[in-house]
Design a protein around this ligand. Structure first.
Ligand code: HEM
Length: 403
C-alpha cells in the first residue's frame, strides 16, 4: 500500500480488501484529507502528485463533480490518455460539449429501445442457455464478463468472427495495470482494428455505434478518425469493465443476502432497485481523480491550485448523513440517487445502457435457473475498480422459461 496514508496508519487497512471502515473514519474526522487512497507505488514518479487529496463525504464529492472549471480532468491526457488516446474524459468547455453532443447521438434513447429486444435480451438468454444445465459455473467467466463483451461487440457492429479477438484485446487493455506490455500492445492492435472498421463504414454506412459515430454531424462538424478510435478504446474501461464489475458485485451481494435474492427472483419489479442499491453499496469504480485549476476551499479546508483530488464515490455512497444505515445492503430502502455514475459534465454517458444490460442479464438468469447459491467463500476486492475475482455458484435449470 502507498506510504501516503499518513497519520492514520493505525486504522488504514489494506484498502483494496476493505476500505469502508477507513472511509467511515475519514467522513467523521477529516472528509477533506491531504492524502491518497490510491496505491501509487508502481506509478512513474513524474505522474505521482506531491499534492494529493481525497474527498470522502457526499456533499463535497457531488459539488466537486459539478464544478468542472475548478476540479478539472485535463491531466487524464497524461495518464490513461497515453494508452487510450485523447478522450472526452479530459476535455472541457466547448470542446467537451461539442464532442459529447456528437458521440451522444450513438447512445440516444431510441437506439437503446431498439437494442434491448433486438440484441441485448437475446445475448443474455443465449449465455444462460449455454450454462443452465451444468449445475454450476463461475459466473464471472461464464456471464458477467461475457455479457457486456458480447453486447459491446454487437452494438459496435463488429463481425461475429472477431468476437474472440475483441475479447482478448479488451481483457488485455483493461488489465494493463497487471501487464503493461500486453496492455500497450492491445491498445495499438485495437487502434488498427478500429481504424479498419471505421474505413469500412466511410465506404458504406452501417446501423451500429461505429456507423453512428462516423455519420454524426452537428453544424457541419464531424468526428475525426482519431477521435472515434480513442472513444472506442475508452468504451472498454468505461463501459465494459464497469458493467462487468458492477453486475458481479450485485450478484455477490444478492447471493450473500439470500432473503433479498429470493425477493428479487419472485418479484422482478425489484430488479431496478436492486441494481441501484448494488451500485451504491459496492461502487465498482470507487474513485476518480481531478486536478484543481485554482486554490479552492472545501468545508473550510484550503486545497491549493494544481493538486490532484480523488473524488471518492465509494465513500460518498455510504455517507450516513444521506442514507440511514448506509453500511447495510438493502434493496428495499427509500431511494436517493447515488453518485456511482459521477456527476457534472462528465457524468456517465452509458448509464442507461448499463442499467438495461444488467436488468436483461438478471432477468435471463432468474428465468432460467433456480436454487442459486454461492459454492465457495469469495470477497469483493480492488482499488479503484472493485469486484470479486470469481463467483462460483451452484444452481438448477428452471422448469419453464418465461422469455
Ligand atoms: C455500471 C456501469 C458504469 C459505471 C459505474 C460508470 C461510471 C462512470 C463514471 C464514474 C464516469 C465519470 C468518469 C470521470 O469523470 O472521471 C463515467 C463516464 C463515462 N462513461 Fe460510464 N459507467 C458505467 C457504464 C458505462 C457504459 C455501459 C458506457 C458506454 C458503453 C459508459 C460510457 C461512459 C463515457 C463515454 C464516459 C465519459 C463521459 C464524459 O467524459 O463526458 N459507461 N462512467
Amino acid at each position: 500500500m502507498t506510504n501516503s496514508i499518513d497519520s492514520d496508519d493505525s486504522i488504514a487497512p489494506d484498502l483494496a480488501r476493505d476500505p469502508y471502515a477507513f472511509f467511515a473514519h475519514k467522513r467523521s474526522t477529516e472528509p477533506v484529507w491531504r492524502g491518497t487512497i490510491m496505491d501509487t507505488s508502481a506509478a512513474p514518479p513524474e505522474l505521482v502528485s506531491t499534492e494529493e487529496w481525497t474527498l470522502f463525504d457526499f456533499d463535497s464529492v457531488f459539488s466537486a463533480f459539478r464544478d468542472g472549471d475548478v476540479f478539472a480532468s485535463e491531466f487524464y491526457d497524461n495518464t490513461i490518455g497515453l494508452v487510450l488516446g485523447s478522450t472526452i474524459l479530459s476535455m472541457h468547455g466547448k470542446q467537451h460539449h461539442d464532442h459529447r453532443s456528437l458521440v451522444a447521438k450513438a447512445f440516444r434513447q431510441s437506439a437503446l429501445e431498439y437494442w434491448e429486444p433486438a440484441l441485448i435480451d437475446p445475448i443474455c438468454d443465449q449465455l444462460i442457455d449455454e450454462i443452465k444445465d451444468d449445475g454450476g459455473a463461475d459466473l464471472i467467466q461464464a456471464l458477467t464478463f461475457e455479457f457486456p463483451t458480447r453486447i459491446t461487440a454487437a452494438l459496435l457492429g463488429l463481425p461475429q468472427q472477431d468476437l474472440e479477438l475483441f475479447r482478448r484485446l479488451s481483457l488485455d487493455l483493461i488489465s494493463i495495470s497487471e501487464n503493461i506490455e500486453a496492455g500497450l500492445n492491445a491498445s495499438v492492435e485495437l487502434g488498427a482494428y478500429f481504424q479498419d472498421q471505421v474505413n469500412q463504414r466511410r465506404k458504406a454506412s452501417t446501423e451500429d455505434i461505429i456507423g453512428d459515430l462516423v455519420a454524426a454531424e452537428i453544424d457541419g462538424e464531424r468526428l475525426t478518425d482519431e477521435a472515434i478510435i480513442s472513444f472506442l478504446r475508452l468504451l472498454l474501461p468505461a463501459g465494459l469493465e464497469t458493467t462487468y464489475r458492477s453486475s458481479s458485485n450485485l450478484l455477490y451481494l444478492l447471493l450473500t443476502h439470500p432473503d433479498q435474492l429470493d425477493a428479487v427472483q419472485k418479484d422482478r419489479d425489484l430488479i431496478p432497485a436492486a441494481i441501484e442499491e448494488g451500485l451504491r453499496y459496492e461502487t465498482p469504480l470507487v474513485s476518480v481523480p481531478r486536478n484543481t485549476t485554482r486554490e479552492v476551499e472545501v468545508h473550510g479546508v484550503r486545497i491549493p491550485e494544481g493538486a490532484q483530488v480523488n473524488l471518492c464515490m465509494g465513500s460518498a455512497n455510504r455517507d450516513e448523513s444521506r442514507w440511514p444505515d448506509a453500511e447495510v445492503f438493502d434493496i428495499h430502502r427509500d431511494r436517493k440517487p447515488h453518485i456511482s455514475f459521477a456527476g457534472g459534465i462528465h457524468s456517465c454517458l452509458g448509464l442507461n445502457l448499463a442499467r438495461v444490460e444488467t436488468r436483461a442479464m438478471l432477468t435471463s438468469l432468474f428465468d432460467r435457473v433456480t436454487d442459486l447459491e454461492l459454492a465457495d467463500d469469495v470477497e469483493i476486492v480492488g482499488m479503484p475498480f472493485r469486484s470479486p475475482t470469481q463467483l462460483p455458484v451452484t444452481f438448477r435449470a428452471a422448469a419453464g422459461i418465461a422469455r
